[in-house]
Design a protein around this ligand. Structure first.
Ligand code: LMR
Length: 398
């Protein structure tokens, strides 16, 4: 039965890490997958996470099943992080949260739930978007369409063109939005632009679905809530997929959440019971460990403050690398104005490198970059900075 099956292509992002690991070149550089790295190129466990794990190990008494939506205390922590303490959406019981295995499962659970209630909807995505978005929503059976987002010429946001298209999205369709640190461009909406988008959503009647994978990596935990707060103030219904891979460094513990917001508490409860069905048929109930870590940190004031400091440190490290990279490109005489790299937010920079240049860097220099030219800035270190700049200069000359 399996003889006629052709091999599938490697994953556009995770496949690069496999190729990088197998590359014997000692100069190899992985700027692919969105993982934080320090200046030594390591992805350490955050000390606050280590401390929380020690507490969990001491106090754990069972490995019995979790509830389908995870521990209720975890949901409370997630809602406070996403909306801020005492937000009316939470106080009025309009938000319901489930613990999911990472942000990807939050997207997939949300997609499966929506396919049931909005079977004919189209899911609109920014152009460009995360390489896996179309895969996740396509696997749930949705048609996908694009709205303009990145202005390649101006290296910024194509906001007017974005709004023009969002105004035409039919009621009952779904619009996927990146809450902060847009992946792959690093170009975000400001608070006023979020309000405009929220007003369009409310006027046109499409459902906003926020992918919130980088809270704290843009300008800070509170500042990065601008999109959530604009939607909460204007739209009766929306969905948020959170990931704690990056901000808690819990990549391999697959820790995320889906939060559904409805017009009132009883509608939220009814809709959420269908989200729970989507969970039950996918993975039954979530793996506990990562959620316990997040809950332990967020409910312990000392650990919470320590973690906020560590998250601030990761954000500041990436911001400093952006500036150093722009300076180094200039010092090595790489032609072009790269100042936009220092203005982008989060882990990624949309470098402007063509697919041919990306291929040259991979094949000839063992520098791994996602197709389309997305660079994980956190992968740049003091050690590889010069090699990177001289290699990019060669790539631009091919
Ligand atoms: C990325 O975009 O690199 C990350 O979100 C990791 C992933 O799963 O693709």
């Amino acid at each position: 039965m399996f003889q006629s099956i052709l091999p599938a292509p490697p994953d556009a992002i995770l496949g690069l890490t496999d190729a990088w690991k197998n590359d014997p070149n000692p100069l190899k550089v992985n700027l692919g997958v969105g993982v934080f790295k320090d200046d030594a190129g390591n992805t350490p466990i955050l000390p606050s996470v280590k401390a929380a794990e020690a507490l969990i190990l001491q106090s754990a008494t069972t490995k019995s099943y979790m509830p389908i939506s995870g521990a209720p205390e975890y949901g409370i922590c997630v809602q406070e992080m996403v909306f801020g303490a005492g937000h009316p959406v939470v106080a009025e019981g309009r938000a319901r949260t489930a613990h999911t295995p990472g942000g990807t499962a939050a997207l997939r659970v949300g997609a499966d739930f929506l396919k049931k209630v909005l079977p004919d909807a189209t899911v609109w995505m920014s152009s460009p978007t995360w390489a896996n978005h179309k895969g996740v929503f396509g696997a749930a059976g949705f048609k996908c369409a694009d709205y303009p987002y990145y202005d390649a010429a101006g290296k910024g946001l194509a906001f007017d063109r974005m709004c023009e298209v969002l105004e035409t999205v039919p009621a009952g369709d779904i619009v996927l939005l990146h809450a902060c640190c847009h992946n792959p461009s690093g170009v975000d909406l400001d608070a006023a632009q979020w309000q405009t988008v929220a007003q369009i959503a409310s006027r046109c009647g499409w459902l906003p679905f926020l992918d919130f994978a980088y809270q704290g990596y843009g300008d800070g935990i509170e500042q990065d809530r601008a999109g959530v707060l604009a939607l909460a103030a204007t739209c009766p219904e929306f969905i948020i997929a959170s990931s704690f891979s990056k901000n808690f460094g819990l990549y391999q513990d697959r820790t995320g959440a889906i939060t559904l917001v409805a017009a009132n508490a009883s509608e939220a409860a009814a809709a959420f019971s269908n989200v729970e069905i989507a969970i039950r048929v996918n993975y039954s109930n979530p793996p506990a460990h990562g959620g316990l870590i997040v809950k332990t940190i967020l409910t312990n004031e000392t650990l919470r403050q320590q973690w906020v400091g560590e998250l601030d440190g990761m954000r500041e490290h990436i911001a400093a690398i952006r500036t150093r990279f722009v300076t180094a490109l200039g010092e090595h005489g790489v032609p072009g104005d790269y100042s936009f790299i220092a203005r982008q937010k989060g882990m990624f920079s949309f470098s402007g490198l063509s697919d041919a240049q990306v291929k040259f860097l991979r094949d000839s220099k063992s520098i791994y970059i996602v197709g389309g030219g997305r660079i994980n800035v956190a992968g740049i270190t003091s050690r590889n900075m010069e090699y990177l700049c001289t290699s990019i200069k060669e790539a631009l000359a091919i």
